[in-house]
Design a protein around this ligand. Structure first.
Ligand code: PLP
Length: 382
């Protein structure tokens, strides 16, 4: 089965068994508990909704297949999913993370897990060659995002995951930006994939959700145990919402990317635009790696305007169609100012070290008519 067929069919199979209702859409199972015929065994395989729920199971089955994994687990947010992955660590362990990591992930590392005795370093890296000297004897996990947020840096997943395997380090990829439609990190050697499904997978800005997907059974057992023990599960209603969103993922991603490429072409011609970060530009340092490991470049564009912070603010506040908002990956275009919004929790000294300047703007290109989007950007620039 091809991707778009899988995204619509897997987990959504109608129940055509005797007594089954044949719904073509997975029902929202709200029951918190499941009655049994016999004391010692659950009748339909379900006991209590935190441990397992049929709507959530349908979504998890779908996600496992879309990422070419074997097991998927869903959570009440992307950060809840990330928390569960960190809980695989113990006191004294060290995590090596890409420096340009999602702001909320960095906050969780530094302000929460550091308190529990886990150590982190943030380094810029692209390939295995950049990492050898950074690995310590207690490094247990390598944390990657590619493309990164907000600078769209690209990591060579094959080479870094190979190094991680050789050094017995768990490799984790936050695949939120690329989605399984454009990139499958498990195929490139990653142990764990995480998603904020709040973004492209849901795609409509109406559900907060996260996922962890793995191939190895041992790892899956640990994550499953933590999912139930910690309890930050995805609700049946949100599971339904995400299942529904995923059905149009490949259609949306195609249009998102098509629009993004048009917007980039427009921005390239504008004198007021200083730098454009988009992995689909042949001048982007990660272009060749992106081309080899992704089937699409995505639809997040970051760019810097000439002038100071007031020029960036004036531009953002002059937009009439594109909304100023955090988040990304939905049908509507969203634009934001990392320095004062998504990355305001990163200290300014750290921000400038990474390259997040005060005039940097991040645009999540939606699937509106691209001429309307370009017209809006144009009138706000001039
Ligand atoms: C939004 C986001 C997260 C956090 O997900 P939530 O669903 O907001 O908790 C993690 N990683 C990336 C790359 C994100 O964009």
């Amino acid at each position: 089965m091809k991707f778009s067929t899988k995204s619509i069919r897997i987990g959504n199979e109608p129940n055509l068994k005797e007594g089954g209702s044949g719904d073509v859409v997975v029902p929202i199972h709200l029951s918190t508990t499941f009655a049994r015929r016999k004391v010692g065994e659950p009748t339909g395989g379900y006991e209590y909704s935190r441990s397992g729920n049929p709507t959530r199971d349908a979504l998890e089955k779908n996600l496992a297949v879309l990422e070419n994994g074997k097991y998927a687990f869903t959570f009440s947010s992307g950060l809840a999913a990330i928390t569960i992955v960190f809980m695989l660590l113990k006191k004294g362990d060290h995590v090596l993370s890409i420096d340009d990591v999602y702001g909320g992930t960095r906050r969780l590392f530094v302000n929460v897990f550091k308190e529990f005795g886990v150590d982190f370093s943030f380094v810029p890296f692209c390939c295995a060659g950049d990492l050898d000297s950074e690995i310590k004897s207690n490094t247990r996990m390598i944390w990657m995002e590619t493309p990164t947020n907000p600078l769209l840096k690209i990591i060579d997943l094959k080479s870094v995951c190979k190094l991680a395997l050789r050094r017995k380090i768990i490799s984790v990829v936050d695949n939120t930006f690329a989605t399984p439609c454009f990139q499958n990190p498990l195929d490139l050697g990653a142990d764990i994939v995480v998603h904020s499904m709040t973004k492209y997978l849901g795609g409509h800005s109406d559900s907060v959700a996260g996922a962890v997907i793995v191939k190895a059974e041992k790892l899956a057992q640990k994550v499953k145990y933590l999912q139930n023990a910690v309890g930050a599960i995805l609700s049946p209603f949100d599971s339904y919402q995400i299942l529904k969103g995923i059905k149009t993922l490949s259609l949306r991603m195609k249009k998102h990317e098509e629009n993004a490429k048009e917007v980039v072409r427009f921005l390239l011609r504008q004198k007021k635009v200083k730098t454009i970060y988009y992995p689909g530009l042949s001048s982007h340092p990660g272009y060749n790696i992106a081309k080899s490991q992704m089937t699409g470049f995505g639809a997040i564009i970051s760019f810097e305007l000439k002038g100071d912070i007031s020029a960036a603010v004036r531009f953002l506040e002059s937009l009439k169609i594109i909304s100023i908002a955090e988040s990304l990956g939905a049908v509507e275009s969203l634009i934001e100012h990392p320095a004062t919004m998504t990355h305001s929790s990163v200290p300014e000294s750290e921000r400038s070290k990474i390259g997040i300047s005060n005039t940097l703007i991040r645009l999540s290109v939606g699937i509106e008519d691209v001429n309307d989007l370009i017209g809006d950007i144009k009138q706000a620039l001039y």
